[in-house]
Design a protein around this ligand. Structure first.
Ligand SMILES: NC(=O)c1ccc[n+]([C@@H]2O[C@H](COP(=O)([O-])OP(=O)(O)OC[C@H]3O[C@@H](n4cnc5c(N)ncnc54)[C@H](OP(=O)(O)O)[C@@H]3O)[C@@H](O)[C@H]2O)c1
Length: 202
């Protein structure tokens, strides 16, 4: 995969941001809430960096696998991808919750390709877009990412979802090293959590 060229895409910094276990998973299953196994340092980093970006994109599965399922992260635009932006509202538990979430101006459900979503973010004047998962979204947006922030957590999940579809840990390391360059590795705590910054080579 190579970065797709488009004059408009040069107007925005698209980056991935993810936490990965030492055995190469981003969650044990589709409903596994990431914040249950990631470090406080990673949660703080994710919160601050996505807020700084101003706009995030995630899949509907991830959006409903959070501590507050179906609610947008505050103080940033939440683009949530779903193939059915109408029926997605049925996933809320009550009419009260649906009504409350519909009033949020920082949430948009969209059925869009990565390119269309990025163009939408540019049109909305965002200069950064944080790609926040899960597996299907990281995979589909990978060709557009200039940077990938990966937090390596010293945790074994033993089974689960890979960062990129059909890619085990060995294949992931190969993929990262072929398309990206490791430009920074920072120790986040004394428990063995590291954050890596991978920059696209070209
Ligand atoms: N460790 C981490 O950093 C991290 C970060 C994020 C997520 N996760 C984990 O990842 C898991 C979820 O990953 P996942 O791959 O199963 O799901 P996902 O990528 O979060 O969402 C998949 C859903 O997104 C929608 N979608 C995907 N591509 C689309 C497109 N081009 N257009 C329109 N809609 C599109 C579809 O929604 P509909 O079904 O509504 O049509 C699809 O079912 C969870 O366990 C979560 O905790 C981990």
């Amino acid at each position: 995969m190579s970065k797709e060229k488009s004059p408009n895409l040069e107007k925005i910094h698209v980056f991935g941001i993810a936490a990965i276990s030492q055995d190469g998973f981003i969650g044990q299953d589709k409903v596994h809430v990431s914040t249950k196994w990631t470090s406080q340092a990673d949660k703080d980093w994710f919160w601050d960096r996505t807020k700084q970006a101003g706009a995030v994109v995630m899949g509907s599965t991830t959006f409903f696998a959070t501590r507050k399922p179906g609610w947008p992260l505050p103080e940033r635009m939440n683009f949530v991808l779903t193939r059915d932006p109408k029926t997605v509202w049925q996933r809320y538990d009550s009419d009260e919750e649906r009504t409350a979430v519909k009033q949020k101006t920082n949430l948009v459900y969209l059925n869009a390709s990565p390119r269309e979503l990025i163009e939408r973010a540019i049109t909305d004047q965002f200069t950064e877009l944080a790609v926040c998962g899960g597996t299907s979204i990281y995979t589909d947006f990978l060709p557009f990412m200039q940077t990938f922030y990966l937090t390596r957590e010293p945790v074994e999940l033993k089974q689960g979802l890979p960062l990129i579809k059909n890619t085990n840990l060995l294949a992931l390391e190969k993929l990262l090293n072929s398309e990206f360059e490791l430009v920074e590795e920072i120790k986040l705590n004394n428990q063995g959590t590291f954050r890596q910054t991978w920059q696209r080579k070209d």
